[in-house]
Design a protein around this ligand. Structure first.
Ligand SMILES: Nc1ncnc2c1ncn2[C@@H]1O[C@H](COP(=O)(O)OP(=O)(O)O)[C@@H](O)[C@H]1O
Ligand SMILES: [Mg+2]
Length: 349
């Protein structure tokens, strides 16, 4: 354990300072910059429950500054151009310090960052995820999968690398998009079966006996929108774009009982076997009544306007209650809990 002063119940809210000189894709700054804004909202939400917190920039060289805090509200994420292991390394260091922190441990963060690794685990557990192929830079660009296909980077978040050219219908378009991902992101491209369906996410709050599966949320494009109904980077972040203006979150979203139950059960199982903790969001595409799990967000955005916050509100939790619940759950965890990804046999519905 770190040398913690048990009298002190202050919390450190930690975010990543964005190193402008490392950022390689300036146009992606919107996604990177959200963290600092969220830190302020989190601090206000904790204050409403009488909790004191300090907002600190991530400083891996001086983690001793954290001794004395009761715990960490961990907002640290990778950003464009940084070491992709930044997020999981920071969690690993907190584990070593024995300091409780929000969200899961390093192993889960690392596995969830890689969408192909995540999909492999989902499929191993007998759940559906789109058929896929991973194409590394230098590999032959062929998949054996029938068109239409969907192409995205294997390890980015927040729709980075997802564009209107992600849906591909020909070998030429496939080659162009895969090449674009290799050139811009220097990482493998994940090519998936295109799931023509609805964008639905299921958020989970809390652990074990306190775990709540929140009502599903859908992202829809309002009538009048021209273009592919896909959550591209533009649609997520570029406030001046039509794709941004026309999409909106609906929670709870209309679903028949079968699809709703199925997605809620799948999300709970997936979050458990991935070792997610405190708060999680699982993204699906729903084709007819068949949900395909796309990815797991082990530290989803908790901006007040985020899908996660909307789902919490739909379940009767205002922003402050949601943020404080995440912290309560974290402070209750034992150090070993960060290391585990439970075996199949121990999963509980
Ligand atoms: N296989 C697919 N078929 C159809 N659309 C997809 C597929 N994969 C992703 N998408 C679209 O791209 C969006 C972002 O993909 P996702 O896998 O959730 O990555 P991230 O949110 O981390 O960028 C989804 O919300 C969906 O609109
Ligand atoms: Mg997603």
């Amino acid at each position: 354990m770190a040398n913690l002063d048990s009298q002190n119940d202050r919390v450190a809210i930690i975010y990543t300072p964005i190193n402008q000189s490392l950022r390689v894709r300036e146009e992606e700054r919107f996604a990177d910059e959200e963290e600092q804004e969220v830190a302020v909202y989190v601090k206000e939400a904790l204050a409403l429950a009488g909790r004191s917190a300090d907002i600190l920039c991530l400083d891996l060289d001086h983690l001793e500054k954290l001794a004395g805090y009761a715990g960490v509200f961990n907002l640290v994420e990778n950003y464009s151009g940084c070491d992709p292991n930044l997020e999981s390394n920071f969690a690993r260091r907190l584990q070593e310090l024995g300091l409780p922190f929000t969200g899961p441990g390093a192993l889960t963060l690392k596995t969830c960052l890689n969408k192909a690794d995540t999909k492999a685990r989902i499929l191993q557990h007998g759940l559906l995820s789109p058929a896929y192929s991973v194409i590394k830079p230098g590999d032959a660009i062929q998949t054996g999968l029938p068109f239409p296909l969907f192409v995205k980077p294997v390890q980015e978040d927040g729709s980075l690398g997802v564009g209107i050219n992600s849906e591909v219908n020909s070998q030429a378009d496939l080659v162009a998009k895969v090449q674009e991902i290799h050139d811009l992101y220097h990482e493998p491209a994940l090519v998936e079966e295109f799931i023509d369906g609805r964008d639905i996410s299921v958020a989970i709050l809390g652990n074990d006996a306190d775990l709540q599966v929140l009502p599903p949320r859908e992202i829809i494009f309002e009538p009048g929108f021209v273009g592919p109904k896909v959550l591209t980077y533009e649609a997520s972040w570029v406030t001046t774009s039509a794709a941004y203006a026309y999409n909106k979150n609906i929670c709870p979203c209309p679903l028949n009982d079968h699809a709703r139950e199925l997605m809620m059960i799948m999300a709970r199982l997936i979050s458990q076997f991935m070792g997610c903790q405190d708060y999680t969001r699982v993204d699906f595409r729903l084709r007819g009544n068949t949900p395909y799990a796309l990815e797991v967000n082990p530290k989803p955005s908790i901006h007040p306007d985020s899908g996660f916050s909307l789902c919490a509100r739909a379940a009767g939790l205002d922003y402050s209650a949601m943020v404080n619940t995440i912290l309560d759950q974290a402070l209750r965890k034992q150090p070993l809990q960060y290391r585990t990804q439970p075996a199949r046999e121990s999963l509980r519905l």
